[in-house]
Each structure stands twice: as structure tokens, then as C-alpha cells.
Design a protein around this ligand. Structure first.
Ligand SMILES: *Cc1c(COP(=O)(O)O)cnc(C)c1O
Length: 359
């Protein structure tokens, strides 16, 4: 069977070259005589795999030495608990509320302390990013939490708030490695791997060392303490070994293909192709305010629900799959992560043109 163009929001498309490499090593990894899946996490081979993965991620994002890189489990969602459990001192957090993922993180943080919502775009169903230039950071806030790319609504924060020295925490689950960033702007970045990195099961945390302390909320399980994972090189317990191996292959692939800067240029080209078409179409239109559009998740609707449905069905029959929008937005969503080739977006736009002509 031929591979399709998979626009899934996550788990999502992976680079074909990476899948081929993994397939070639599936039965026997190098000289080990076994699969990475079958290997002890304490073996030299696996230690080399995780060390290389970390080194490559550090190179890709230019991560300074005063930041730790952790490979954890539990998805981005576990970070919604882990962050307050580790960082709450005054038990106050400032949030920028831009969609479903900030909503979930807010609900979790509220279980442990006080949440101030400094800015929200809920009034317009999260179709824009609120102005963050004049938000008033709370004096007693332990940190400020933002969701940099809103996977469901298709918005993206491009201008970071000035947090007046408070640690800035960014959920980059759906945009990590898609564009250059300055790690120094952040105190902690987290991302579930299954959108822009690798298979589900690994969560990447990049955390500034001064945030790793012994000062947790009472009762915080050992498994939810950053310190124990940092001090054990992400191997306090068995880490998601195969997932880390796959993430490592993706990092290597990115480095061999120009790194984050090259990805960003390619992502801009892909997003512009699709948005330009949406802006000129009489049938389809984007759902997000122009200046806040995501480069990774493109949300759009046709002129009627009937057409949305018909489009999704016919696209699928033409090898363009997982294009249905999230139920809270409706319509369509094309997730065009790093691993989606330009040809995939071109195929989508060509199909949209054809569909528009026929309907
Ligand atoms: C998918 C997603 C999450 C949740 O990730 P899990 O790994 O399923 O816990 C959180 N935040 C954002 C921005 C996401 O896109």
C-alpha cells in the first residue's frame, strides 16, 4: 500500500528516512545482535543512544549548559501537574489562556494553588492570541505559563510576554523544533514527542537548573520530581527506550537537513502556500486572525457543514487523510509539522482547488 499524506495533529507524520532507518535496525541494532526494544536501558548501547539524542537536541536548539534536558513519560499532560508540584512556592501562577491546553493546565494548577488568568482569547473561541505587551505580571507569581502553539485552534504566540524576571514556562508540544528560539527566554519548555518529534510515549523537558530544587509540594511522588530525573540522567526508572531512540533518529535527521533554521524556512513555505490559497478561495477560509496563524496547525472551514464533510471524505479517497478539524472548531485542520513534505501541502492545495471547482 502506498503511504498517504497524513495531516494528523498527533501522533503525526514522521520523516520517511527515519522510519526506513528504524526499519533497517529493527531486528539488530548495530553490533548488539538485538533490537533497541530488547536492550537494557543500562547497556552501553542504550547509554550512547540517549547521550547522542540529548547532544543532538542541544545542538539543534543551542541549549545552554545551565539547562537540563529530560526524557520523561506521561505526556505533556503530566507536566501540567509536575510543574506546579515542583515550582509552586507562593502557590500562585499567571496564565495566558489561549485554548484547550491552557484550560487543562489551568484546571490542574488550581488543584494546588491560585491561578491568575492574565489574558484570554476565550471571548472569540480562541481564534486569536491576546495582546501580551501590557499584561500585568503578579508580584507573587511563581511562574508564567503559556502555550506557544495552540494545536486545536491553530494559533501561535510570536511575541513573548515580558515576565519581569518571573520564570516563563512554555508548552511547545506542537511547535518545538519548527522555528528558531532563544532558550534563554524560557525557564522551562516541555513537549510531548508525538507531534513534531517522534512517536508518543516520550516527553521532552528542557529546564533551567535553578528550577531544580528539593522544594516540592508536600506529597509530590518521586516520579514527579524534576530533581530525581535530572540527577539520574532520565533513568531513575526504565525510560521509554524505543521512543528515545526514535526521537534521536529524528534529531539526527534534522541536523543532517539544515537544522531548525532550514525547517523554519520550509515550514514558512508550506504554511504560506496553504494560507495564500485560503485567502483567495471563495469556498474555504481560515478560522484564525492572520497575524496569529500557526505554522503547524492550519484550521479552516468551507462555506457549509455539508461541504466540510464532503471535502474530508473525498480528500481521504485521494490519499489526504486526518484532515478533520477538532470538534471544538469544526471544519478542517491540516497539521503540517516538520515531517510533512512540501509536496504534501501542494497535493492538499491542488485537491482543494479541484474540489472548489467542482462544487
Ligand atoms: C497534544 C498537546 C498536549 C497534550 O499532550 P499529551 O502528550 O497527550 O499529554 C498538551 N499541549 C499541547 C499544546 C498539545 O498539542
Amino acid at each position: 500500500m502506498k503511504r498517504v499524506y497524513n495531516f494528523s495533529a498527533g501522533p503525526a507524520v514522521l520523516p520517511e528516512a527515519v522510519l526506513e532507518k528504524a526499519a533497517s535496525e529493527l531486528l539488530c541494532y548495530k553490533e548488539s545482535g538485538m533490537s533497541v526494544m530488547e536492550m537494557s536501558h543500562r547497556s552501553t548501547d542504550f547509554q550512547n543512544i540517549i547521550d547522542q539524542a540529548e547532544a543532538d537536541l542541544r545542538e539543534l536548539l543551542n541549549i545552554p549548559s545551565n539547562y537540563k534536558v529530560l526524557f520523561l513519560q506521561g505526556g505533556a499532560t503530566t507536566q501540567f501537574s509536575m510543574i506546579p508540584m515542583n515550582l509552586f512556592k507562593n502557590k500562585v501562577v499567571d496564565f495566558v489562556h489561549t485554548g484547550a491546553w491552557s484550560k487543562k493546565a489551568i484546571a490542574e494548577a488550581k488543584r494546588y494553588g491560585k491561578v491568575n488568568v492574565l489574558a484570554s482569547s476565550e471571548d472569540k473561541n480562541f481564534t486569536y492570541v491576546p495582546d501580551l505587551t501590557n499584561i500585568k505580571i503578579s508580584e507573587d507569581a511563581d511562574y508564567v505559563h503559556i502555550v506557544q502553539n495552540n494545536t486545536i485552534y491553530g494559533t501561535r504566540i510570536t511575541k513573548l510576554p515580558n515576565t519581569l524576571g518571573k520564570p516563563l514556562i512554555s508548552d511547545m508540544s506542537s511547535n518545538i523544533l519548527s522555528e528558531p528560539i532563544d532558550i534563554n527566554d524560557y525557564a522551562l519548555i516541555f513537549a510531548g514527542a508525538q507531534k513534531n518529534i517522534g512517536p508518543a510515549g516520550t516527553t521532552i523537558v528542557i529546564i533551567r537548573e535553578d528550577l531544580i530544587t528539593d522544594d516540592y509540594l508536600e506529597g509530590t511522588p518521586l516520579m514527579l520530581q524534576y530533581k530525581i530525573h535530572a540527577s539520574k540522567g532520565s533513568m531513575y526508572n526504565t525510560p521509554p527506550t524505543y521512543g528515545i531512540y526514535m526521537c534521536g533518529l529524528v534529531f539526527r535527521h534534522l541536523l543532517e537537513n539544515g537544522g531548525v533554521k532550514a525547517m523554519y524556512e520550509k515550514n514558512l513555505k508550506k504554511a504560506n502556500l496553504l494560507y495564500d490559497y485560503l485567502d483567495n478561495s471563495n469556498m474555504f477560509k481560515g478560522t484564525v486572525r492572520k497575524e496569529d496563524r500557526s505554522l503547524m496547525n492550519v484550521t479552516f472551514v468551507a462555506t457549509s457543514d455539508e461541504l466540510n464533510k464532503k471535502f474530508i471524505e473525498e480528500a481521504k479517497a485521494n490519499g489526504i487523510v486526518n484532515i478533520k478539524g477538532h470538534r471544538s472548531v469544526g471544519g478542517m485542520r491540516a497539521s503540517i509539522y516538520n515531517a510533512m513534505p512540501y509536496e504534501g501541502v501542494k497535493a492538499l492545495v491542488d485537491f482543494m482547488k479541484k474540489f472548489e471547482g467542482e462544487n
